[in-house]
Design a protein around this ligand. Structure first.
Ligand SMILES: *Cc1c(COP(=O)(O)O)cnc(C)c1O
Length: 388
């Protein structure tokens, strides 16, 4: 430029550069669609897959790279990819690892949208999706076919709370060259070491504990194996899986307190579950740390803690009309999906329609125990029992 900038151009271009050397604890929030290159050579040499350079906002900024690196560290993995929701991360696994003619195995108690994705892949994409008993353990070997490419696991299933035997499933899968994906959202990656148990890819719904604020939707895929990460990266790129800088920052901001929050949720949930276990209204407490819960022995072996989410089966004498009245009478427990935030939540499920063999069980109600005082939560439930 040989002449002074006109005011219109000065609104857009500036020669000012903030001084270098600024340091603070929070990560900077980098917003970007376009990423600028110094010159053509720099533009040509950066490889988006290697994440050694910035190429386009969708493929990463310092904010998203920082969050990815931190999530990989927490799970003791090497690589991480962010997705705009937990479900988007699940879909990315399926689209990266499955093609027409392949077969995928899902636990019968899987997160329902994951099941729906399996149904869609079966109906329209020529992939077969089959469902297995989550407590099958080594027995899964008998279900593996030559075209089986992927086994989904969820520990525990987030409604029926059954805990799968991951080492047994992983051993059977790997003996036949099948990859295992784990939905590790319940433990937040803090109380279950997925890679040590043999899992190949870990999915986290960051929407839950990592966010902790009931205000963000985000998901992550974490891997150790570079080749597997590259396959997932290709799907990430082809599907345009980007996340917003402000959302990534909200998760980064919540990470330092996550273990404290998780432990508080765990303690409160166990106190509440213990109290419920002694109540005549409750038939069964489905909390992995309690003996009633299918897979409890596996939980004791593999987990170092528990999340704030558990379910109960009401005593068979209660009708759905009564348990609905109970749910509606709760004041501190709000009716809503999701979990991992400070607010307690409740949700009734028709478990007989979701889970084979559970038709004759009582009504299932799931509690997400927030960070309120446990005595107040107990009083809330006690009052709602009286209304029921
Ligand atoms: C919430 C959840 C997901 C999906 O996360 P979203 O961000 O809501 O899409 C997946 N799996 C489990 C077990 C979840 O609880």
């Amino acid at each position: 430029m040989t002449r002074p900038k006109s005011p219109q151009t000065a609104l857009i271009h500036t020669d000012y550069k903030a001084p270098e050397g600024f340091a603070a604890f929070p990560s900077a929030i980098h917003h970007a669609s376009t990423v600028l290159f110094k010159n053509v050579a720099a533009m040509r040499s950066g490889d988006w897959k290697e994440k050694n350079a910035y190429t386009y906002g969708l493929h990463g900024t310092p904010t998203t790279f920082t969050l990815e690196a931190r999530l990989a560290e927490i799970e003791d993995g090497k690589h991480c990819l962010l997705a705009p929701s937990g479900l988007a991360a699940i879909a990315m696994v399926d689209f990266a690892l499955l093609k027409t003619g392949d077969d995928v195995l899902l636990p019968d108690n899987v997160y329902n949208p994951n099941r729906e994705l399996g149904r869609w892949l079966s109906q329209d994409f020529g992939v077969t999706a089959r469902y297995y008993d989550p407590l099958i353990g080594a027995g899964i070997a008998a279900l593996i076919q030559p075209n089986t490419k992927l086994i989904w696991t969820e520990a525990p299933g987030s409604v029926s709370m059954e805990v799968p035997d991951l080492p047994a499933i992983c051993a059977a899968a790997h003996a036949r060259g099948v990859l295992v994906a784990l939905d590790n959202t319940w433990s937040g990656g803090l109380a279950l070491r997925g890679f040590e148990l043999g899992v190949d890819v870990i999915m986290q719904a960051l929407t839950k504990y990592q966010s902790g604020g009931s205000d963000v939707l985000m998901g992550a895929l974490i891997t150790r194996d570079g080749a597997l990460h590259e396959r997932l990266s290709m799907a990430h790129m082809r599907l345009g899986m980007g996340v917003g800088a402000d959302d990534a920052y909200l998760v980064l901001r919540s990470l330092p307190t996550m273990k404290l929050r998780f432990d508080a949720h765990d303690k409160a949930a166990r106190q509440l579950a213990s109290w419920l276990k002694g109540r005549p209204e409750i038939g069964k407490v489905l909390h992995p740390a309690f003996e009633d819960c299918p897979g409890h022995a596996v939980w004791r072996r593999d987990f170092s803690g528990a999340g704030g989410l558990f379910s109960v089966l009401f005593d068979a004498r209660y009708t759905e009309e009564q348990t609905d009245r109970f749910v509606d009478a709760l004041k501190l427990f709000k009716l809503g999906y999701s979990w991992g935030g400070a607010n307690s939540l409740v949700m009734p499920y028709r478990i007989g329609q979701m889970r084979k063999g559970w038709q004759d069980q009582g009504v299932l109600v799931r509690f997400n125990v927030g960070l309120e005082d446990v005595a107040d939560l107990i009083a809330d439930i006690e009052a709602a029992f009286a209304v029921m």
